[in-house]
Design a protein around this ligand. Structure first.
Ligand code: ATP
Length: 249
């Protein structure tokens, strides 16, 4: 088990009583219902729950990709609720990293330029030692000149991981990051994510359906019907499966 910061340490990401509804009248859906949750710096957290329980909605609201109807979200010390789209875009570039199931690399850019893209967009300088360390850790040093179509799925996802880590964001959001990978390659990517939390203090929030993926996290937040209904600390796949079974998932 890794050393954790005291619970009193400021959260990397925090949601306070957030509610999110879609539609209106008879078609109104309460996707999140008064959710309060906080994520400690350097923790790797998996968000799990049955289909339609609100996992993606929670991730999108925490990342400032979607707005809440009520309540408040903070990333680091910054309250993002009520920010304009432009302010959110700038905040995301500097403070948030994203890893998606479909890699989302730019096909016309080399691996190197894909990794550097968020820095370029933010007009920030490259921290070369940090770039070199990430590239070495992810085993990408001899792949930097390749374009995405010249890389395997696992290599493409490693480029996406490097891109997400390079700005030293307050938080990396990963949405089913191993969904498109075979189990061996998926395990490698999950080890890299767990390693970045353990060794670099990176906060990671990952949405997944896979108990084996969740077992790489430090803890699991369980959602059902738009509410947080439990947590599993230091999860094993079996403990996560049992917790999901209890939810009727
Ligand atoms: N854009 C939208 N418009 C209307 N309803 C939506 C929208 N997005 C999500 N919902 C509804 O909100 C609820 C939560 O959806 P969400 O996608 O967050 O669940 P999830 O747990 O991520 O599901 P899954 O595991 O199937 O991806 C569902 O009832 C869904 O139908």
């Amino acid at each position: 088990m890794k050393t954790r910061l005291a619970p009193t340490a400021p959260a990397a990401v925090a949601a306070q009583s957030i509610t999110k509804t879609y539609g209106s009248g008879a078609t109104k859906v309460a996707a999140l219902n008064d959710v309060s949750v906080s994520f400690r710096p350097g923790d790797f957290t998996a968000i799990m729950g049955p289909s339609g329980s609100g996992k993606s909605t929670l991730m999108h609201c925490l990342a400032g990709l979607d707005t809440v109807n009520s309540g408040q979200v903070a990333i680091g010390k910054t309250v993002i609720t009520g920010m304009s789209d432009h302010e959110l875009t700038i905040l995301r570039r500097k403070h948030v990293g994203f890893i998606f199931q479909a890699f989302n690399l730019v096909p016309t850019l080399s691996a190197r330029d894909n990794i550097l893209l968020p820095l370029d967009l933010a007009g920030a300088k490259v921290d070369q030692p940090w770039f070199d360390q990430i590239v070495a850790t992810l085993g990408l040093a001899d792949r930097l000149a390749h374009h995405p179509h010249e890389l395997s799925g696992g290599q493409q996802q490693r480029v996406a991981v490097a891109r997400a880590l390079l700005t030293r964001p307050d938080v990396v959001f990963a949405d089913e990051p191993t969904g498109a990978l075979d189990s061996t390659t998926g395990a490698e990517v999950l080890q890299l994510l767990a390693g970045s939390a353990r060794d670099m203090g990176q906060t990671i929030i990952m949405v997944t359906h896979d108990p084996h993926a969740a077992a790489y996290a430090d803890n699991v937040v369980l959602l059902k019907d738009g509410a947080i209904v439990g947590r599993v600390e230091d999860p094993t796949a079996d403990a996560v499966l049992a917790a999901l079974a209890e939810l009727g998932a």
